[in-house]
Design a protein around this ligand. Structure first.
Ligand SMILES: NC(=O)c1ccc[n+]([C@@H]2O[C@H](COP(=O)([O-])OP(=O)(O)OC[C@H]3O[C@@H](n4cnc5c(N)ncnc54)[C@H](OP(=O)(O)O)[C@@H]3O)[C@@H](O)[C@H]2O)c1
Length: 334
């Protein structure tokens, strides 16, 4: 197959290009080329999706499959659909679990779950507060133009090599550091994520097998305690000791959930966000999504953390000093 990846220079889109190339496909990556380099073995075409005719360099070629990872701009998505929709045998659009309207109910699947409305006309396409609504608008554009050949995969947390969000990687890095580790929430809480290589594999598989429809792109939910134990087995230091601290107490101390400065990744307030980490993904697994073990994911994520530098200032996570303060305060409170 000849696959066009709109992107191909950073994280998921680059991994899709690499995976497709390794599977023997002819791959073209199209991006500005300012954020990174495409993998070896692909053709690179410089394009700028912010320009009305920015995809013209792609010429008149047909593609067996096109993969679009546009974050939230319906304008960019429509431009790609207008320029390339008729020339594509299959179209993947990477959406997000942020489209869902009900973040609390557990066990929902992609088929039945309601989504938020698209943003009001004229909204700013760069407004990150409107990420979910804009993803809905992007999905709608894809269904409208190439609906009969569209695979829309709604990703949850994407983790693994080349992730620059500093979220999942906090845990393997911290466990490898050893000593007393503060773990938020409770061992029975559910968490959900997908390794970037598994998602890339599924996207290529779906292009090959003409999978169409809208499906969630995360592994089945796992118990948070089992995840931490598996990561500790794979990458933990010998002197590791876990101290579980309840989420509501951490929130009172100003620790942020999920991402950002002074946060604890993978932790979400419950029950308010329980629905985001407990999705029923049977249909995705039936449609060819395969998922690797947490041990394997943690090992690769730690390797990538080492490339980034374990002592760097993180975009997400807490510092060792902050963790020690919190542990002391928790012991005093408890
Ligand atoms: N990360 C997560 O946990 C997560 C969770 C749920 C959903 N998602 C979704 O997953 C998708 C994956 O994104 P990603 O961050 O992994 O993608 P990525 O690999 O970083 O790819 C983005 C590509 O877009 C290109 N690009 C940016 N601006 C461009 C422009 N004006 N013209 C042409 N190309 C442009 C970039 O290259 P240049 O800058 O060089 O042009 C880059 O190659 C997104 O749709 C995101 O919403 C992510």
């Amino acid at each position: 197959m000849h696959i066009l990846v709109l992107g191909g220079t950073v994280f998921l889109s680059r991994t899709v290009a690499e995976t497709a190339c390794d599977a023997g496909h002819q791959v073209t990556c199209a991006a500005r080329g300012v954020s990174g380099n495409p993998p070896d073995g692909v053709e690179f075409v410089q394009v700028d999706r912010d320009q009305p005719d920015g995809l013209a360099e792609l010429g008149a070629a047909d593609f067996d499959a096109i993969v679009d990872v546009e974050v939230q701009s319906p304008t960019r998505v429509r431009r790609a659909l207008d320029a390339l929709g008729a020339k594509a045998g299959h179209w993947t659009y990477v959406s997000s679990g942020s489209v869902y309207a009900d973040e609390e109910t557990t066990g929902q699947d992609a088929a039945g779950a309601p989504v938020v409305p698209p943003p009001p006309k004229g909204s700013d396409e760069t407004d990150r507060e409107l990420y979910g609504p804009f993803k809905v608008a992007c999905e709608e554009a894809v269904r409208e133009v190439v609906g009969d050949k569209a695979f829309i995969c709604r990703a949850g947390l994407i983790v693994g090599p080349r992730d620059v969000s500093d979220r999942f990687g906090y845990w393997p890095a911290r466990l490898a550091g050893g000593g007393e580790v503060l773990v938020p929430g409770a061992p029975d809480d559910l968490v959900q994520y997908v390794d970037v290589r598994d998602l890339a594999q599924w996207i290529v598989h779906s292009a090959q097998n003409r999978v169409v429809g809208t499906l969630d792109a995360v592994a089945a939910p796992r118990r948070w305690g089992a995840v931490i134990e598996a990561m500790a087995t794979a990458v933990g230091a010998p002197d590791l000791a876990l101290t579980w601290v309840p989420g509501p107490w951490l929130a009172e101390q100003g620790v942020a959930p999920w991402a950002g400065p002074d946060s604890l990744p993978l932790w979400l307030p419950l029950p308010a966000y329980a629905g985001l980490m407990s999705r029923d993904v049977s249909a995705s697994l039936d449609a060819g999504l395969t998922t690797r073990s947490t041990e394997e994911i943690a090992t690769a994520a730690l390797d990538w953390e080492r490339v980034l530098g374990l002592d760097r200032d993180r975009r997400s996570g807490i510092t060792r000093e902050r963790e020690a303060e919190l542990l002391t305060a928790w012991r005093a409170a408890a």
